[in-house]
Design a binder for this molecule. Structure first.
Ligand code: BGC
Length: 717
């Protein structure tokens, strides 16, 4: 629709119709007219008339379902304005990819872009227009269940992934490419930092940290063109984000340049009341529209009060117009006025959903997401080996992870099923973990005696992470530790495969196993991916996107912690008055960027093209990496830096670039990075972003423990 026509449409709308656009209802409001719906209809202050004025629906999918509703809706809507269909397509639609934390472990933005393209294609064919993804919240606390939905603790990694997701979902021509979805960057801002790791809890971030570490990934998603942003449940500066005018208007809109649709999180406008910053829903509605929230998701503040508020206050009428304009523009950007059904098509749906190609992509990405944590020479396994498979998760299809809405467990292979295709039943004995826990394995004595290796599948169920799934204990469930202790007594090689949605405290596990494979929740093809890694068809290459602590007491623990005045150096180890614990190390058990391979990579030298650079120079850092093992492998080469002296305290180390290189056995390659002044900038005390002249320490290595043994000087006039 031409912009003039869109403006004319807006002008023709009554206040009631305008407010309708700002309301989002869940699919069940439309799915049946039975009495069950009376409850929710009342709760949302809905009437039959108002229902056909709303702007968007969440959680409906299926080509037939969306086409039917759109048709009915447009007939009943006075101006025939199409609905927007939105849903949480987080790590796949029907074809489920690894959870985002697992995707983060690939260090492969291109792979993530592909998962977003496939997700969009499947979802668009089912009539969806918007996905509530990517979640780009930076995370530092594994107690928080939603770390599974994040891509990790590092700003650079998160930025690259944010862009990859948005580009993958939206493509280059959102209007005409009907296989695309509009992306929604969430949750603005700082939702990944709830106090104590408890979901929905308040957030206490200083402004410098917020700007320096947390905002950049949202900014990158916005710069990549994301059409929507979702507000967070939490507070920023003790004001709930959803009613925070300074955050939403001054920072998000004015500074960060976002001009799309701002949607509240589920019920978040209504939550301004229990937060204690609004007397009632009416005050909440006023606060949220003042803050610039365009769409209210699933609370009744706008629905009940906005018409009246706007009638009494012209300035609110202007804000309402702005919000409706944003929403109409989004509908127009998606081409809905011309093609209200957009990509919804039953035939395309049946072809694109869960196709062989999509599953192949899910397999490849799952393989790339797996992180090899320990290997005392036991992996890869041999196909001719005799293997005992046990553990609570040995035959579980609960491997898709939270937020896999359309993922079909009945189509998800278990580890037992995938392994039996590779090993052959005569070599694979599957033994119930209860057998070991109860010490009653005499019946299996022969299988155990003959076995070369015990593979034990353990970890969390998918319910244990995700939204509202915070934990204060991030060790394995006690019965699994008991199982590992029992297995240790068998004097067999033990390989543990972990399914989990968060970094775990694995300190009790390490002494009990010879091999440790972090599989996360690997998705639709996860069991096959794990099998391919276990048997060496695939050489693992995943690297942790989040530190794994030695103990829960270290949390929050990140590789890029701020410098202290009393840093614990090797020489000071054991001395008291330094920043340290009495009872454990400062370092992570498995640091950020860590992951083993079936081969070995040797790093030789690290050369800098110059020792001094000016602001318009490019400095090249080169390092030669040799595969000194027996098999081909992929290494993620990581470049870290430290700004030695700055205006504010800076991290002891920061990732500023990374590259992946594949090397055959014996092969060497030189990997080079180009550093420009832009990469040396940081947020100053007055919130401006720039670099300072001076010395930078630098190092290239296989994970974040790399020593920063080189240096260069940035010169400025
Ligand atoms: C979550 C959002 C999600 C929304 C809609 C909320 O509870 O916080 O991330 O997009 O529900 O399902």
């Amino acid at each position: 629709m031409k912009i003039e026509a869109l403006k004319a449409l807006l002008e023709d709308m009554t206040i009631e119709e305008k407010v309708g656009q700002t309301i989002q209802l869940s699919a069940d409001f439309f799915s049946d007219q039975s009495e069950d719906i009376t409850g929710p209809m009342n709760e949302m202050a809905m009437t039959e008339k108002k229902k056909y004025q709303v702007g968007s629906v969440l959680g409906l999918s299926g080509a037939k379902e969306t086409i039917d509703l759109q048709k009915e809706f447009m007939e009943k809507n006075r101006q025939h304005i199409p609905l927007l269909f939105m849903a949480d397509i987080i790590h796949g639609d029907h074809t489920i990819f690894p959870i985002p934390l697992g995707l983060g472990a690939t260090w492969n933005p291109e792979a993530i872009k592909l998962t977003a393209e496939i997700s969009a294609k499947e979802a668009a064919a089912q009539g969806l227009h918007v996905t509530f993804s990517p979640m780009v919240d930076l995370v530092r606390d594994p107690r928080w269940g939603r770390v599974m939905e994040a891509t990790g603790e590092d700003k650079l990694l998160n930025k690259r992934y944010a862009r990859a997701f948005v580009e993958g979902y939206q493509g280059e021509d959102l209007k005409n490419d009907l296989t695309k979805l509009a992306a929604c960057v969430k949750h603005f801002a700082g939702y990944g930092a709830p106090r104590g790791g408890r979901d929905y809890n308040s957030v206490d971030l200083n402004e410098n940290t917020l700007r320096e570490h947390y905002l950049p990934a949202y900014q990158e998603g916005i710069d990549a063109g994301a059409k929507l942003v979702m507000t967070a449940f939490n507070t920023i500066d003790n004001i709930p984000a959803t009613g925070n005018k300074g955050l939403m208007r001054d920072v998000l809109r004015d500074e960060m340049g976002f001009d799309g649709v701002l949607i509240s999180d589920w019920g978040a406008i209504g939550e301004l009341v229990p937060h204690g910053v609004a007397e009632d829903n009416r005050a909440a509605a006023k606060q949220a529209i003042t803050a610039g929230v365009d769409i209210e998701m699933m609370s009744a503040a706008y629905s009940e009060h906005l018409v009246d508020l706007v009638k009494q206050d012209d300035s609110l009428a202007t804000l309402l117009n702005e919000s409706v304009w944003n929403i109409l523009r989004l509908k127009n950007d998606l081409g809905l006025f011309e093609q209200p059904y957009r990509g919804a098509d039953e035939e395309t749906e049946s072809q694109s959903v869960f196709s062989t190609d999509n599953k192949q992509a899910a397999l490849t990405v799952a393989e790339q997401s797996i992180v090899l944590l320990e290997n005392n020479g036991v992996l890869p396994l041999n196909k001719e080996d005799r293997i005992v498979l046990t553990g609570q998760r040995r035959d579980s299809n609960d491997i898709l992870g939270a937020w896999s809405w359309k993922g079909d467990l009945s189509k998800t292979e278990t580890l037992k099923e995938a392994m039996s295709k590779t090993v052959g039943s005569e070599n694979l004995s599957v033994i119930d973990d209860a057998t070991f826990l109860e010490g009653q394995y005499s019946f299996f004595m022969d299988d155990i005696r003959l076995a070369d290796t015990v593979v034990v599948a353990i970890g969390e169920s998918s319910e244990m992470s995700g939204e509202a799934a915070s934990r204060t204990n991030i060790k394995l469930p006690e019965n699994q530790l008991v199982l590992l202790r029992e297995l240790k007594k068998l004097n067999k090689k033990v390989v543990a495969v972990l399914f989990n949605g968060r970094p775990l405290d694995l300190s009790d596990v390490i002494p009990l196993v010879d091999g440790l494979v972090e599989a996360w929740f690997p998705g639709t093809m996860g069991a096959q991916a794990i099998t391919n890694v276990l048997f060496g068809k695939v050489n693992p290459s995943g690297k942790l996107p989040m530190s794994f602590p030695r103990s829960i007491g270290q949390i929050p623990l990140t590789y890029n912690e701020d410098s202290t005045g009393r840093p614990l150096t090797d020489e000071k180890r054991g001395e008291k008055y330094f920043s340290r614990y009495l009872d454990t190390e400062n370092t992570a058990l498995y640091p950020f960027g860590f992951g083993r391979s079936y081969t070995r990579f040797e790093y030789a030298g690290c050369t800098l093209s110059k020792q001094t650079m000016s602001a318009d120079d490019v400095l090249t850092v080169s390092v030669t990496i040799k595969n000194t093992g027996e098999v081909e492998g992929l290494e993620t080469v990581q470049l870290y830096i430290r700004d030695k002296v700055a205006e504010v305290v800076r991290p002891v180390k920061e990732l500023i670039d990374f590259k992946q290189v594949t090397l055959t056995a014996g092969e060497s390659k030189t990997v080079s990075f180009e550093i420009t002044e832009a990469q040396l900038r940081y947020t100053h005390a007055d919130n401006t972003v720039s670099s300072d002249a001076g010395t930078f320490l630098i190092g290239v290595g296989t994970d974040s423990r790399v020593s920063l043994s080189e240096s260069f000087v940035l010169e400025k006039e």
